[in-house]
Write a protein that binds this ligand. Structure first.
Ligand code: UDP
Length: 427
């Protein structure tokens, strides 16, 4: 048996992340969880001596083609379409070129990969095509990040969803094809596993739950007083934090409605909103949502209780989490959600919508609470409950939850063992 202790030659992973460059600017419209996930997965696998090449679309002229992060981890930008931003939904137009250029490099460098790991459905399709072209049998391991049908079902109650849209139909068909033809699927939570099995009608034995994680060096509790000083939060105020993209489905609008109720109890409440693009093009994409949110805040007369801080570097986020009384993730749909995990790792309780992976990461009543999506009354009540009890009531449960389940070192080892099992099965 091959085990992680006696792997004979170092594993080599061909990791595909079509639109999500692991080194992209985070906080902008289409850069977030997946970029972070791919970066940390590759980094922590590389620390175990595994070689990882992350292939992603070359989306800006001034980006380098190949970046070597360390001796085992490279990010390789692949020419596919123009070297500028194109909406993620247009990826199909450049998929064949993307695949062709990955294969070209593999051939040129004579790289002998052992596993293909694909992220999101475009990469899954790319993975299937690459698998067919390479002589050696390479197990394909796929992570969905988001499932079309689940997203549709979650959002249809709130906003008209176009199920007849041509792309949606292709996505549904492709996601099924990936489920049936990949060698293994990694689900990021048990909720995700059930959805994958149900929607794609595949046996649960093909699906392995491996969660996302955090880097303990970056996300750790720091002294609250010190943190408040560092980020200039007022000591006497109740501080509520939102971290993530400025996008409708993230539910910031609902949170602003909840804030109206909260300020009746705690007039001195501040809601800090972190996120948003730095570049001009990224800012433009979210301008409309930002304007809508500011309008709601003005109408509800809570505009002085909200501070939009813009995007922050990930390495500084632990200061904001540690300085806050509670972190809120009010999404209408969230396949996994890294933010709640980061917050809990800093000892700060989370109020999250009862949807997707949030139902798994947040333990209702222990590490925070789950609230009904888009129900601002329920959201406000749960936030008030945490503010009343104080964050110390939840702190040790939060830290324990993270230590047990969401540390990258442990997750990377789980992946390593799983990769070795898949290779062994093939022999
Ligand atoms: N993030 C960041 N700076 C910001 C806003 C967000 O580094 O200004 C990071 C955040 O720490 C988290 C990720 O972006 O790791 C968001 O991931 P999540 O899964 O919560 O949401 P998604 O972007 O996938 O919708």
């Amino acid at each position: 048996m091959c085990s992680e202790e006696n792997t004979f030659h170092p594993l080599r992973i061909l990791l595909i992340s079509d639109h999500a460059d692991p080194l992209a600017e985070i906080g902008s419209k289409e850069a977030g969880g997946q970029n972070i996930y791919v970066f940390y997965l590759a980094r922590f696998l590389s620390r175990l001596g595994i070689y990882v090449d992350v292939y992603t679309r070359w989306d800006r002229k001034n980006k380098k083609e190949v970046i070597k992060i360390n001796s085992h981890f490279r990010v390789i930008r692949v020419e596919a379409g123009p070297k500028r931003y194109i909406p993620r939904d247009n990826f199909l137009d450049v998929l064949d070129e993307f695949v062709k250029n990955i294969l070209k490099r593999v051939k040129k460098e004579k790289i002998n990969y052992d596993i293909i790991h694909s992220n999101y459905w475009f990469s899954g399709l790319a993975g299937l095509k690459i698998k067919k072209k390479i002589k050696k049998h390479l197990p394909l391991v796929h992570v969905y990040h988001s499932i079309g049908q689940v997203r549709f079902n979650a959002l249809k109650n709130y906003k008209l969803q176009d199920v007849n849209n041509e792309l949606f139909k292709i996505r549904e068909k492709s996601e099924k094809e990936i489920a049936q033809n990949a060698d293994a699927i990694v689900a990021t939570s048990p909720v995700d596993k059930n959805n994958i099995s149900k929607f794609f009608k595949i046996g649960k034995e093909k699906i392995k739950v491996i969660t996302i994680g955090i880097d303990k060096k970056i996300f750790r509790p720091i002294n609250e007083k010190r943190a408040k000083k560092l980020v200039r939060f007022r000591g006497e105020a109740k501080n509520i934090l939102y971290v993530g993209r400025i996008e409708w489905r993230k539910g910031i609008g609902t949170l602003i409605y909840a804030l109206k109720k909260i300020v009746k109890y705690y007039p001195n409440t501040k809601l800090y909103v972190i996120g948003g693009g730095k570049s001009k093009s990224a800012r433009k994409l979210e301008e409309a949502e930002l304007e809508r949110l500011q309008k709601i805040a003005a109408e509800l007369q809570v505009e002085n209780n909200i501070i939009f801080l813009g995007a922050k570097k990930q390495k500084h986020l632990c200061r904001y989490y540690s300085a806050s009384d509670v972190c809120v993730v009010p999404s209408y749909y969230e396949p996994f959600g890294i933010v709640p995990v980061e917050s809990m790792a800093c000892g700060t309780p989370v109020i999250a919508s009862r949807t997707g992976g949030l139902k798994y990461s947040v333990i209702d009543g222990k590490t925070g609470y789950l609230a009904e999506p888009r129900n601002y009354n329920d959201l406000a009540n749960k936030i008030i409950e945490v503010l009343k009890k104080g964050k110390d009531f939840y702190k040790s449960n939060c830290l324990e939850r993270i230590d047990k389940n969401f540390i990258w070192e442990k997750i990377a080892k789980k992946y390593q063992t799983y990769f070795n099992q898949l290779i062994e099965k093939d022999k």
